[in-house]
Design a protein around this ligand. Structure first.
Ligand code: ZN
Length: 114
């Protein structure tokens, strides 16, 4: 079975290489996102979506949000995804709150369920 993601630049097409150039330019000029772990950073492409991003040993993801290189957050509990500005979500578990706090959201709804 073919992997969905690849780090082999030979598999990157014209469009994906352009996206990688933007990522590298942003990384050079802005640095990596502050909350993005700096260990084992590599470019990666999702071969199904054609999405190009930077990832690291902890499988964190950084992508372009407009002009800015930002961390892409993904809630391991409920699967909610987004840049910090879109990451606020209705907590289904304490883990949701914890991950919103890690994403640097100043306010988040306390989990009030069972
Ligand atoms: Zn969640």
């Amino acid at each position: 079975m073919k992997d969905i993601t690849t780090t082999d630049l030979a598999n990157f097409g014209y469009r994906e290489l352009k996206m990688l150039e933007l990522l590298l330019t942003a990384m050079r000029e802005q640095g990596l996102p502050v909350n993005f772990d700096k260990a084992g950073v590599v470019p990666m492409m999702n071969t199904q979506s054609g999405c190009v991003f930077l990832t690291n040993e902890n499988f964190e993801v950084a992508m372009m949000n407009g002009e800015h290189l930002e961390k892409w957050h993904s809630c391991s509990y409920c699967g909610h995804e987004g840049f910090a500005e879109d990451f606020e979500h209705e907590p289904m578990h304490d883990d949701c709150n914890e991950q919103m706090a890690w994403a640097g959201l100043p306010e988040y709804q306390p989990y009030t369920g069972e």
